[in-house]
Structure formats: structure tokens, C-alpha cells
Design a protein. Structure first.
Length: 134
């Protein structure tokens, strides 16, 4: 069953966008929770956004879509590619992103165990003085 945004909330272009990228309700629900995608009227065209689902950087064009938890907490914007992928695609892309973030967290945790060597203050001042003379 397709999730359709309320037409009264969207202008004509946004409504076309919302219907072009149909969202499908997931057939499988985990522990009674339901992620929601909502469309917004204020697209802020040209602004660079980071997708909350896949972490890609994209520019807003027609409408803005955001992801919310079942409790109504907004987690961020969703790119058109994730919306086009449907509910199963969103879930798969989200899980891929979670795996990438876990790997990055593990690398950063390992990095935090290494000794830190800061540059000497004089070397930093020298760098700034060289820039000022160029």
C-alpha cells in the first residue's frame, strides 16, 4: 500500500514529486515501530543536504522529505534516491550506512588508543608567518 502525502500540505510541484517517488509501507514491522517519511513545503532550493538514510550529499530541487521515528523525532532529510528505492530499499540503504558508521567508529576508537603527537607551537607559528608573507 503506497503512503501518500496529504495534498493540502503540498503545492502542485511538491505533490507531483511526492507521487513520482511513491513510498511503500513496510510489510515487516519491528517491535511495533514505524519509520515515517514526510514531505515539507519549504524546499530551500540549492541547499546542500546530507541524507539521514545513506549519508549522501545532495541538493534540494522540488520538495524536502524528512525521516521521523514512530515517536515523531525528526532524524533529518532523505535524498530522492532513497525515496525512489521504496521501503525495502530505504531499509537496505540504512543498514549499509549503519555498517559503514560502525566500521568508522571502530577505526576512530582504535585511533583514540594511539599516542597523540601535536606539532610544536613554534612550528605552527612559523606556518602562519609563511602564509602572511605570501
Amino acid at each position: 500500500m503506497a503512503v501518500k502525502p496529504k495534498p493540502e500540505l503540498l503545492n502542485t510541484k511538491q505533490n507531483q514529486y511526492a507521487h513520482r517517488y511513491k513510498l511503500h509501507k513496510s510489510t515487516k514491522r519491528s517491535k511495533g515501530c514505524s519509520m515515517k517519511i514526510r514531505f515539507h513545503q519549504e524546499p530551500m532550493r540549492g541547499r546542500q543536504n546530507k541524507c539521514a538514510i545513506c549519508s549522501s550529499i545532495y541538493s534540494l530541487k522540488i520538495a524536502r522529505a524528512s525521516v521521523y521515528s514512530a515517536q515523531g523525532i525528526e532524524y533529518g532529510d532523505v535524498c530522492p534516491e532513497c525515496i525512489e528505492s521504496g521501503s525495502e530499499g530505504i531499509k537496505a540503504r540504512l543498514l549499509e550506512n549503519i555498517q559503514r558508521l560502525r566500521e568508522l567508529a571502530a577505526e576512530l576508537e582504535a585511533l583514540s588508543c594511539e599516542p597523540i603527537q601535536l606539532p610544536e607551537l613554534e612550528a605552527e607559528f612559523k606556518m602562519y608567518r609563511n602564509r602572511a608573507t605570501e
